[in-house]
Design a protein around this ligand. Structure first.
Ligand code: PDD
Length: 280
């Protein structure tokens, strides 16, 4: 089951995959990405990921890219790997040209991908829960576009790890909880799930879409509205969702226990529902 790379139509070993140094993704972060997971060898919510990818490219005025050819490339590279539980990272840059800020004339978007084994999160994360820290959201204002400009996310994640936590949750200067460094965030209060609405300040997670759907199907009320750090601190439960996090219970925020400091029942129900949906 080889881990593989794809570079503009060529599939091969990851160690041998290279891109030109003047790729605009490399010089300017002028690139978008998606991260898709497979369960039992099947791509989970591929169409939703492709739709979001198309939206990201349109938002950045990329030259046209055929989504059909991207779908084919993902399926072909994944099949060639034969990996049952894979994490597929796909990145498309605006193109390669001498380093200059304006969009290059007639640039050709560059498509690269890796297909790797996706390691399951340690069981203890779900059984005992994870801790997060809060971090001021100093990202740009178009977090709904999935670009590779992730330095604030990388810095905040490392700060969380250095503090012995799993992740950092971005909070606006006014105290509104946005999202984590690679996951969406929710609070649960008296059986209702609350999450940040879809605005330009957060990424519209595909797992978020699925979670809200399965919550509603399970009779769990959902509210998409702004909420503050104080509300999060006082919530019964706090959860994270994402393609790699799936659904994780947060039991401390800045070292302060949430509820009784144990993973809550809604988190478990929603994790089971997500897995059922993914393995269906
Ligand atoms: N990140 N918010 C941010 C900032 C993210 O980067 C991600 C995903 C999410 C959750 O989105 P989804 O449910 O579609 O995975 C929310 C991917 C996994 C990453 O950067 O690796």
């Amino acid at each position: 089951m080889p881990e593989l790379a794809y570079v503009n139509g060529k599939i091969g070993p990851i160690e041998e995959a290279v891109v030109p140094i003047e790729d605009r993704g490399y010089n300017f972060g002028d690139a978008v990405y998606e991260y898709v997971a497979t369960y039992n060898g099947r791509l989970f919510r591929l169409e939703e990921h492709l739709e979001r990818l198309a939206r990201s490219m349109t938002a950045l005025s990329f030259p046209p890219v055929s989504i059909d050819s991207i779908r084919e490339a993902i399926v072909e590279t994944h099949q060639a790997s034969g990996i049952e539980r894979a994490g597929i990272y796909l990145q498309i840059s605006r193109g390669v040209d001498r380093r200059d800020h304006p969009f290059p004339q007639d640039s050709v978007p560059q498509v690269v991908m890796t297909v790797r084994h996706l390691a399951e999160k340690p069981v203890s994360y779900r059984q005992r829960g994870i801790g997060v820290i809060t971090a001021t959201d100093f990202r740009w204002h178009r977090c709904d576009i999935k670009t590779v400009q992730l330095l604030p996310n990388v810095m905040a994640k490392q700060r969380a790890l250095d503090a012995g936590a799993f992740d950092a949750v971005f909070v606006s200067e006014e105290g509104v909880v946005r999202e984590a460094t690679s996951s969406n965030v929710y609070i649960a209060n008296q059986g209702t799930i609350v999450t940040h609405p879809l605005t330009e300040r957060i990424l519209g997670g595909i797992t978020r879409q699925v979670l809200l759907k399965v919550a509603q199907a399970s009779g769990i009320p959902v509210a998409e509205r702004f909420y503050t750090v104080e509300e999060m601190m006082a919530a019964d439960e706090v959860l994270l969702t994402g393609t790699t996090t799936e659904v994780l219970p947060v039991v401390t925020v800045d070292g302060v226990p949430i509820g009784d400091g144990q993973p809550g029942p809604l988190c478990k129900t929603l994790f089971d529902a997500l897995r059922k949906e993914a393995e269906r």
